[in-house]
Every structure is written in C-alpha cells, then in structure tokens.
Design a protein around this ligand. Structure first.
Ligand SMILES: Nc1ncnc2c1ncn2[C@@H]1O[C@H](COP(=O)(O)OP(=O)(O)OP(=O)(O)O)[C@@H](O)[C@H]1O
Length: 323
C-alpha cells in the first residue's frame, strides 16, 4: 500500500548573526547553510498495519509525514501510496488519506466545530449519506456531542484533538497519518484517543502511521516500529523482536503462603526474598517452565510477570545508534 524508496530532503537555512550591523549586512549578502533532514529513507507498509514512526527531536519524522501527505516535495526518491505520488496527485490523493498534526489545526478557529466539519464535507465532496453516517459514528465514539456547537478557540487541547481526529476521518480515508496526536493530552484523553485509533484500525482496516514521543502510544498501538535518527532509517522491525533482543529476561514476583522458603529452580535467579514474597529473574524462554515449578513448590496467593518497559527498550535503541 505504501512504498517509499530513497526519500531525501535538505532544507536551505539562512545564516543569521545577532546585532544590528550583522542584520544590515544580511540584507545585502545572505549566507545559507543546508540541513539534511532526510537521507535515503526507504520502507514499505502493508494495508491495515499500525506503524510507530519514532526518533528523537529533529530526526526527520515530521518531514517524512509532510512528504507522505503531499505537503512537501523531496529532493530525491520516490513514494507511491494507494497508487498515487502524494505531491503530484494531490487533489485526488488527499481524498483517500487523513492527516492530524498534533501541533497544528485543520479546523477554523473562530467558527463552531460543526461548521468546520461541513466545510470539509464540501471540500472533499463527501456524499450526504456518508457524511451523516460518519459524523454520527465519530460523534458517538469520540464523545463530541457537546463540542460541535463550540468555536474551536474555546476548546481545551484534549477536546480539540478529538475534533481534529474526527475531521481527518469524515471522508472515510484508507490511510491515516498521525503526527503526535496525543501531545499535551491528559491520561484519560490519551487512553480514549488510543482506543479510538485501535478501533478504526480493527473495524475499518485503516492503515495508520503514527509519530509520537510517548512510548505508551507505541506500546498500546504499534506492532512495528521504524526508527529514524539524523534523517536516516536506523531500525525497522516489530516490537516483539526488539523486546526479545533487548530484554531477554522477565521479572516474576510471587506472593505465597509459605514463610522463608528456599526454591529449587535452576533457571531462575532470586533477586529479593522476604517472608511471603519472592522476586525472580527468569530468561524469557524459561518463564512457562518456572511458573509450573513455582506452582508445584508453593501455594501461590498472587503473581505478576513484568518485562522491560517499552520506554527503556527504545532508550537502549537510541543509545545503540548514538542518538
Ligand atoms: N522548514 C524548515 N526549514 C529549515 N529546517 C527545517 C525545517 N523543518 C525542519 N527542519 C530541520 O530538519 C530537521 C528534521 O526536522 P523534523 O521537523 O522533520 O524533525 P522531527 O523528527 O519531526 O522532530 P520533533 O520530534 O522535534 O518534532 C531538523 O534538523 C529541523 O531543524
């Protein structure tokens, strides 16, 4: 569905020094430097995937999303999405995609949300029945009923973001680009937005590309991650294999009836042990074996198994690539 091949982009930036004399000189003779924002980035995405597109600040994520949504033209490389070249077939292409930039709004600031939605209906020429069906579904699932008559400038960030997501889906797109959709949201709104993205992906098969700095978004939504750093693609793979290579052990915490026990489980290393609680470190491949031995040797009252949080995994990945 999405084929990206060798995308590169440099920005030309005017050099500026401080001070009146330097500003005056710059009026006559301006010097430029170039910033390599993207360098030969390639990947393919299948229909129905949710891909987390991650990387540190300035890595090139927004630049990529802008190209994939047709706003920016690359210096080099090709991109085909649903058979279109985004920056060439813009008018036909945008009716097939939805875009949310968490830091920008596609809604008109001074008019009620519903007026913006109606304007989008006209811009995209959405058939009346389809518009009504989508609006009522989005209003219900994103809890928008009380917001539709409110001017956008009076909405809180979380309320606005729910409206932005609805706006991006009114025309039933097949691909959704989300650039930091949970930025600045409270915990409840974040969970609501994540659940909604999951639902539209599962029920409507919408393909989602998500950039975010919130690793809980990645954990909740993405099976696959693409890591980009200094404009280059550094890692493309699924989260599970990343977990296996970086986090080969699990921590098992067992509460038991017996006091001060000594366990006979060779593949487990004891981390701490108090009178009725034992914490063990176990290689991932031995977890099921250790669990069955624990239940043979103890009367268990509670048990938990924890892996390394995804935030730490990604941090390790950043370290490995010196980002
Ligand atoms: N319009 C622009 N003009 C000049 N340089 C730019 C422009 N937009 C981005 N850049 C530069 O290109 C590089 C990539 O920026 P981009 O916004 O794509 O990064 P990002 O990964 O989205 O970062 P963040 O996580 O901070 O949003 C950065 O070095 C940035 O300074």
């Amino acid at each position: 569905m999405i084929h990206v091949n060798g995308l590169s982009k440099t920005y030309k930036v005017a050099k500026r020094s401080s001070g009146f004399m330097e500003a005056a000189k710059a009026l006559i003779h301006r010097e430029y430097t170039t910033v390599q924002a993207l360098d030969q980035v390639s990947f393919d995405i299948e229909p129905g995937e949710i891909v987390g597109y991650i990387g540190p600040n300035g890595a090139g994520k927004s630049t990529t999303i802008k190209m994939l949504s047709g706003i920016l033209v690359p210096d080099e490389g090709t991109c085909s999405i649903l058979g279109y070249t985004p920056w060439r077939d813009r008018v036909r292409y945008v009716s097939r995609i939805g875009v949310v930039f968490g830091q920008r709004s596609q809604l008109w600031w001074d008019v009620p949300v519903l007026d913006s939605f109606e304007l989008l209906r006209d811009i995209y020429s959405i058939p009346s029945e389809e518009y009504k069906r989508n609006l009522s579904l989005l209003t219900e699932t994103l809890n928008l009923a009380e917001l539709l008559q409110t001017p956008v400038r009076q909405l809180s960030l979380g309320q606005r973001m729910r409206c932005e997501i609805a706006a991006s889906l009114l025309h039933s797109p097949q691909v959704l680009f989300l650039d930091e959709p949970t930025i600045g949201l409270d915990a409840v709104s974040k969970i609501a937005v994540r659940q909604f993205i999951q639902t539209i992906n599962q029920e409507k098969g919408i393909t989602v590309i998500l950039t975010t700095h919130d690793m809980n978004d990645i954990e909740a939504l993405a099976h696959r991650i693409i890591l980009i750093g200094k404009g280059r693609l550094l890692y493309d793979g699924n989260l599970q294999s990343l977990r296996q290579s970086y986090s080969p052990a699990k921590t098992i915490t067992v509460d038991h009836q017996e006091c001060n026990i000594t366990l006979q489980i060779p593949s487990a290393t004891s981390i701490t042990s108090s009178s009725r609680r034992t914490v063990l470190q176990v290689p991932t491949q031995h977890v099921s074996d250790v669990l069955s031995k624990l239940s043979d040797q103890l009367e268990i009252t509670d048990i938990s198994i924890d892996g390394q949080p995804v935030e730490e995994l990604i941090l390790q990945l950043y370290k490995e690539y010196q980002l």
